[in-house]
Design a binder for this molecule. Structure first.
Ligand code: ADP
Ligand code: MG
Length: 309
């Protein structure tokens, strides 16, 4: 059977762009996904969505939506809800799962309830942010907006003198901000694809901090696969990924970020429900290492497009 006969979807809308801080990344993800879908024989419409989100979804004129959006409105349950209302099958996690995973606080609560270790945190909201006292778990800590991505608004805070500015920075991006215990050591990310946990990738930023620049400037970060770490640590990270993604009811492709401290303890930071999908992004790297080339990965994500998930 050809790919087309196996898959009943014919007209696919790739929704990309968006209005979040991650628009530029989404443009690249969308272009790569659209090219792969065309190579697979689909009739593809690229839909750069900037305004009138409801009208764009309703009038898309396609059989399925491949969501290649990141951040607010695209990854947080909003466009997923628009697709539900329009009865347009869409890729990835459903409305509730997307909204929960978008919130670092809520994602950690569900992960933690399923037995996945998370760093301690304190949450500040609205008028309670300015003038808030540092949490009792002390410094160093990390201050971040609850619902952002790409390390936007994230500050590593070494001591009290940096506290107030870090809060103000995070508050520029979200009305809810969290302070989290800093986990020294190494960083790994683990992807899950339609319930299958993929091999971990270690992230080694030259600057020591995996910030926006380290994420999107070629050569600024080394990505290591397979990860040179004890087997039992990696097995634990895989098990945490299974549990956390199940607890959050994630679907399709997702990527979970972890810190690993010098004693080998693994801590869950956050889940990304629409991970970057350029050919050099992390999820495609892990899939390729696992034997799934980019075009097949895209097709596999599309195969899980649906409603009421
Ligand atoms: N608790 C922490 N300890 C150490 N580093 C952290 C911690 N939280 C975040 N970081 C660093 O900041 C980066 C961005 O944080 P993350 O929670 O993944 O948010 P984002 O959604 O912006 O990717 C991480 O990749 C990591 O390098
Ligand atoms: Mg992250």
């Amino acid at each position: 059977m050809s790919d087309r006969e196996k898959n009943e979807v014919r007209r696919v809308g790739v929704f990309y762009g968006g209005v979040s801080a991650e628009r530029e990344v989404s443009l690249r993800t969308g272009a790569a996904v659209a090219a792969a879908l065309r190579r697979k024989g689909h009739a593809v419409r690229e839909i750069d969505i900037r305004e009138d989100w409801l009208g764009t979804v309703r009038d898309a004129g396609v059989d399925a939506a491949f969501l290649a959006l990141h951040g607010r409105f695209g990854e947080d349950g909003c466009i997923q809800a628009a697709c539900e209302l329009a009865r347009l099958p869409y890729t990835g996690s459903g409305v509730a799962a997307s909204a929960i995973a978008m919130s670092k606080v809520l994602g950690k609560r569900l992960a933690s309830a399923s037995g996945v270790p998370c760093p301690p945190d304190a949450v500040y909201e609205g008028a309670g942010i300015a003038g808030a006292k540092p949490p009792s778990f002390g410094f160093p800590l990390v201050v971040k907006p609850d619902r952002e991505g790409s390390t936007v608004g994230v500050t590593i805070v070494r001591g009290p003198s940096e506290w107030e500015e870090a809060l103000a920075t995070a508050a520029r991006y979200d009305s809810r901000v969290l302070a989290e215990g800093y986990v020294p050591g190494r960083e790994i990310t683990v992807a899950v694809l339609n319930g299958r946990v993929l091999p971990a990738i270690e992230i080694v930023p030259k600057s020591g901090f995996y910030d926006y620049r380290s994420k999107y400037t070629a050569g600024e970060t080394e990505y290591v696969i397979p990860v040179p770490m004890e087997r039992d640590i990696l097995q634990r990270a895989a098990e945490y990924t299974r549990r956390a993604s199940h607890a959050m009811q994630l679907r399709g492709a997702a990527r979970l970020d972890y810190r690993v401290d010098p004693a080998g303890n693994v801590f869950f930071l956050e889940a990304n429900t629409i991970p970057g999908m350029t050919e050099t992004s992390l999820l495609p790297k892990a899939a390729k290492f696992d034997g799934t080339p980019f075009d097949d990965l895209v097709e596999e994500i599309l195969s899980d497009a649906g409603l009421s998930k």
